[in-house]
Design a protein around this ligand. Structure first.
Ligand code: ADP
Ligand code: TRP
Length: 321
């Protein structure tokens, strides 16, 4: 199967990204054809500082390689290095009903959160549809927040196929129910845009501060606690075996376990979990040009696939005369 997903370089990659998308993508590379990319054009909907975009792009690429993405066994590139995708975005825009985009919850949420809407934020799902359809991808591993965008992609693909004849593979979202929405330090969905992330790669001090800032209720040490209502427990169980998660759940229920103690143990498991990846990340940081070369080679391979799709699309829509 052809598996594809992208990630925005709008801030440090975090454990929500890791469990819902990155780790699952890396698993696919053993069994399937993996397309993985850094979506810098999408990040432009909110990031207007060129240095931040540049650095964020390279940094996201290093994060991904450090946690195990193997560019030799996958297609790994930066979105804007395949310009055919923006051409396809226009073509698909002309088939996308306004109502489909107006119904998108992530657009409505962004506006509700006070972001002044630009056309890019509104048209975001069409660019995402192009990302997926240009590569004829079948399986799209994402978190719950992207489910609706995948539905928009399917609708656009079906419409195109109906109007112009079978052209695009109609993709499927792959959402893992257990990992669909990973909470941030404030208990809401963890997101780069909400400032509530726990980053995969931060200093020991930053990580400790983040863990200690996780919101808890006012229960005392002696109180019996419900693990299912605790953000600390939700995050802890991502990092340990189901047996160890159950032991922690029992300690919550028994009482006598304070939140400060849980935070200390949570810090330890996260710090240990990412230890080998941190070493790998430090090596990559020493050679940014090496990482740029990897991305360029990845873009060349990816472009080859997108070009083939575009040849067919241009033929189908009557743009050739
Ligand atoms: P962010 O929301 O932090 O900007 P992205 O939009 O780049 O993250 O998301 C990259 C991938 O990670 C997407 O598949 C998205 O669904 C997933 N993802 C991001 N945050 C979470 C979360 N808190 N829980 C589950 N999945 C998430
Ligand atoms: N919109 C996705 C997000 O914010 C990122 C993305 C862009 C993507 N293009 C994609 C995900 C194509 C999957 C497939 O998380």
């Amino acid at each position: 199967m052809r598996v594809l997903s992208g990630i925005q370089p709008s801030g440090g990659l975090h454990i929500g990204n890791y469990f819902a998308m990155m780790r699952r993508m890396i698993d696919f590379q053993n069994t399937d054809e993996l397309f993985c990319f850094i979506v810098n054009f999408h990040a432009m909907t909110t990031v207007h500082d060129p240095n931040k975009l540049r650095e964020g792009t390279l940094s996201a690429a290093m994060d991904f390689i450090a946690v195990g993405l193997d560019p030799a066994r996958s297609y790994f590139w930066v979105q804007s290095d395949v310009p055919e995708v923006t051409e396809l975005t226009w073509i698909l825009s002309c088939l996308t009903p306004m109502g489909l985009l107006e119904r998108c919850v992530s657009y409505k949420d962004k506006i509700a959160s006070g972001i002044s809407p630009n056309h890019g934020i509104f048209a975001y799902p069409v660019l995402m549809a192009s990302d997926i359809l240009a590569y004829q991808a079948q399986i799209i591993p994402v978190g719950q927040d992207q489910k609706q965008h995948l539905e928009v992609t399917r609708d656009i693909a079906i419409k195109f196929n109906n109007v112009y004849g079978d052209t695009f593979v109609v993709p499927e979202a792959a959402i893992d129910d257990e990992l669909a929405v990973i909470p941030g330090t404030d208990g809401q969905k963890m997101s780069k845009s909400y400032g509530n992330t726990i980053e995969i790669f931060s200093t020991e001090k930053e990580l400790r501060e983040k863990i200690f800032s996780i919101k808890t209720d006012s229960a005392t040490v002696q109180d019996k606690k419900d693990p299912e209502k605790s953000t600390l427990y939700d995050i802890y169980k991502l990092f340990v075996s189901s047996g160890d998660a159950e032991i922690m759940a029992e300690r919550f229920r028994a009482g006598g376990l304070g939140y400060a103690q849980v935070k200390k143990e949570l810090f330890d498991v996260i710090w240990e979990y990412f230890r080998p990846y941190r070493q790998q990340r430090e090596e990559l940081e020493k050679d940014p040009d090496g990482v740029r070369d990897i991305l360029r080679m990845g873009a060349e391979k990816a472009r080859h696939v997108a070009t083939e799709t575009m040849e067919l699309v241009r033929e189908r829509i009557g743009i050739r005369y």
